[in-house]
Ligand binder design. Structure first.
Ligand code: BES
Ligand code: ZN
Ligand code: ZN
Length: 477
């Protein structure tokens, strides 16, 4: 889909379909009120009506909010793709809603059809935004440029997440990282199993041991001159999570190709950061591993020694993401001294139980930092909710045998106990600078919602970019 922004009036633009957003109040005085009313259109939430004879598509806008615009634009776009029209034009909204409208088009039109033998093609290939005023056109142009980069990075993440575990193995993820590095002028270091042994990353190695697709540790870095801050991003990149010997039930295994979404997200983030040329140094680390079964699989009852020297009692091989992250967090902190460290992981089903399937769980020790992400998420169109730590939950991952246990002794609060497990692998001086994002629910969907179509959503990218853009503007949080 080509999306263009013109400094022209709507009427002067050539297009075969015009989109108009209208509120119930606006409907009362609309030129085609009678026609629309006869068609049953009341301008109620998510209602659409096409007046083909006027080449007009009207879309209800139930409130003046970015979210309403985003959802309405997505719905309008999907409808307009179903007819034979080739282009759609629409006036720009108020400045604060423009980015949401663009997301509706750029993210809402996304479709992953690489595995279809005959992909359906829509005739609609262009969406044109008409912005008549010249006074603030430059502002709209820069919103357009920035939003486009971030949306493309989000779609890049979706493309990676949606690939099958056969295609997107740890080695394949490393190839994607190297290719991104070449295109975007990033530094790229890849460790194979030998490298992981040298770095004493035995927990990560154990998780990947039974797979024919050996693990890779990916480190991408973007280093501008005189950076304002240094940020470390860490992603869980389980290219497949079968559960290991603590094998998942058949139904729960389906969709587990998405367990690499955190790793894919940090690659998308550094892609956008480098394209926007932010004055912030960013390091993205991905633990790309496949959790399988086999004669040499790691077992419940094993004790693993992580990179930072802490020992872990394994009681469930399906709680593998935290083992991989333990080592990658340790590696990242040893290699890079950063101002903040954020990790993104499809870590627990419990996060979905706690917050629902749309919301990312935010955990960490620094309340102000967590709140700043909740705000950034809201600004960017993602949902985030804070899950609080407490001393009692911390006791649940104590181990009689080793330093810490990889699962909790109680079945409740699993998202938080997983984060408290990760806390064991955060250095003392980084405690207040760390935030963990559980994207188990938000990273993937089998039913469309908001700007998300079937599959990977790209969760984390928009909110983190929003946060980083503010950091770049203001210099600190
Ligand atoms: N990858 C899963 C978490 C997950 C579940 C992500 C559903 C997306 C959707 C993770 O590795 C896992 O299996 N976690 C276990 C932890 C348990 C064994 C303590 C879980 O959530 O059941
Ligand atoms: Zn698992
Ligand atoms: Zn997993």
């Amino acid at each position: 889909m080509t999306v263009t922004l013109y400094n022209q009036s709507l009427s002067s633009i050539n297009s075969d379909l015009t989109l108009e957003f209208i509120t119930p109040k606006e409907l009362e005085v609309h030129l085609h009120r009678d026609l629309l009313t006869q068609a049953g259109f009341k301008a109620e939430s998510e209602q659409l009506c096409t007046l083909h004879e006027h080449r007009l598509l009207v879309c209800a806008l139930d409130e003046q909010s970015a979210e309403a615009y985003r959802i309405a634009m997505t719905a309008a776009l999907k409808t307009s793709m179903n007819y034979g029209y080739t282009s759609l034009k629409v006036s720009t909204p108020k400045e604060r809603f423009f980015s949401a409208l663009l997301d509706g088009v750029l993210l809402g039109s996304y479709k992953f059809d690489s595995y279809k033998s005959k992909p359906k093609v829509s005739t609609l290939t262009e969406v044109i935004f008409a912005h008549e005023s010249t006074d603030d056109f430059f502002t709209f142009q820069s919103i357009y440029d920035q939003t486009t980069v971030i949306a493309k990075a989000t779609n890049f993440v979706r493309n990676l997440v949606n690939q099958t575990p056969y295609d997107m193995t740890p080695q394949a993820m490393a190839v994607v990282a190297q290719d991104l590095a070449n295109r975007n002028n990033l530094e790229c270091t890849i460790l194979d199993v030998n490298g992981l042994h040298e770095e004493k990353m035995e927990a990560m190695i154990a998780v990947g041991r039974a797979s024919v697709n050996p693990p890779r540790l990916i480190h991408l870095s973007y280093k501008p001159n005189n950076p304002k801050k240094v940020i470390t991003l860490v992603g869980k990149g389980l290219t497949y999570d079968s559960g290991g010997l603590s094998l998942k039930a058949a139904a729960s295994m389906v969709t587990m190709k998405m367990d690499k979404a955190g790793g894919c997200a940090v690659m998308g983030m550094i892609k956008a950061i480098s394209e926007l040329q932010l004055d912030i140094e960013v390091h993205a680390f991905v633990g790309a591993v496949e959790n399988m079964i086999g004669a040499d699989a790691y077992k419940p009852d094993d004790v693993l020694c992580a990179k930072n020297g802490k020992t872990i009692e394994v009681r469930n091989t399906d709680a593998e993401g935290r083992l991989v992250l333990a080592d990658v967090l340790g590696y990242a902190q040893e290699k890079v001294k950063s101002d903040y460290i954020f990790d993104y992981a499809t870590l627990t089903g419990a996060c979905m139980v706690a917050l629902g399937p749309y919301t990312t769980g935010v955990m960490g020790h620094n309340n102000a930092l967590k709140n700043s992400f909740v705000e950034a998420a809201e600004q960017s169109g993602e949902y985030c909710g804070i899950l609080p730590f407490n001393r009692q939950l911390k006791k649940l991952i104590k181990s009689e045998l080793a330093d810490v246990c990889n699962v909790s002794s109680k079945p409740y609060g699993g998202a938080i106990t997983a984060a408290l497990f990760l806390d064991n692998f955060i250095d003392e001086d980084m405690k207040e600078k760390w935030v963990h994002f559980d994207i188990a629910g938000s990273a993937y969907t089998e039913s469309a919602w908001d700007v998300h179509t079937y599959g990977g959503t790209g969760a984390g990218v928009r909110m983190t970019l929003e946060w980083l853009l503010k950091l770049s503007k203001e210099g600190q949080y």
